[in-house]
Design a binder for this molecule. Structure first.
Ligand code: ATP
Length: 199
């Protein structure tokens, strides 16, 4: 089973590309979706986060206040590493399990921190989505109303496009329209289907 690791910085277009692979019939396993699942009340990871960061990261309804937690960890490296050490092992376990259930000819693993986590061993081929820094900032601002300072502090904790490209097998430069992004995705889908049929 061919496993494609899809990565890129914040706002690069990973989810847009992943959704298009999915529309083309490909099973997508998204690390961010898993993070969301395991940080729900009742999950062991949720309990470990509250134990580490205290009740101040809870909303009044008892759910995790992701915005507040994000503000804490993207301004404090020790806190971020602590959070990652709680979350990443369980994300990895769930991704490996999800791979065993894939039905499509190949699968796409969306892993924003592919390089930073060393999860590269889970994939056969790396696809990097790249874009200009200013484009990424503008796209995230338009989507989330996040302030530029927080977006840049998140970028500072992530690898750069240059570092990602060093380990990339394929690169999509997402500097044009969404239509052209989808066309580039379809081109790679053809390649991956071909590779998986000859593997
Ligand atoms: P994050 O790391 O924050 O989850 P991401 O890499 O998954 O981001 P997307 O959510 O796919 O990125 O894209 C960020 C925003 O930019 C979305 O609102 C998306 O619709 C928009 N976008 C992506 N590519 C383009 C493009 N080529 N032209 C215009 N808007 C785009």
């Amino acid at each position: 089973m061919l496993r494609i690791g899809l990565t890129g910085g914040i706002g690069s277009g990973k989810t847009t590309v992943a959704n298009h692979f999915s529309a083309l019939g490909i099973d997508v396993i998204d690390a961010d979706v898993i993070v969301h699942q395991i940080s729900q009340p009742g999950e062991a990871v949720f309990a470990a986060i509250i134990e580490a960061f205290g009740n101040s990261v809870l909303n009044l309804d008892g759910t995790l206040n992701r915005k507040h937690l994000g503000e804490i960890v993207f301004n404090d490296n020790t806190a971020r590493k602590k959070l990652e050490s709680i979350i990443h092992p369980e994300v990895r376990r769930r991704m490996l399990h999800a791979i065993t259930e894939v039905k499509s000819p190949y699968c796409v693993l969306v892993i924003p921190l592919l390089i930073e986590t060393g999860f590269t061993d889970m994939v056969d081929r790396v696809l990097v989505i790249a874009a200009d820094m200013q484009q990424k900032v503008q796209r995230v601002q338009a989507r989330d109303e996040m302030n530029e300072e927080l977006i840049k502090s998140i970028m500072d904790t992530q690898a750069t496009d240059g570092e990602r490209k060093k380990i990339a097998d394929d690169v999509i430069e997402n500097t044009g329209s969404i239509t052209s992004l989808k066309a580039k995705t379809e081109e790679l889908d053809r390649l991956y289907r071909q590779l998986s049929s000859t593997a």
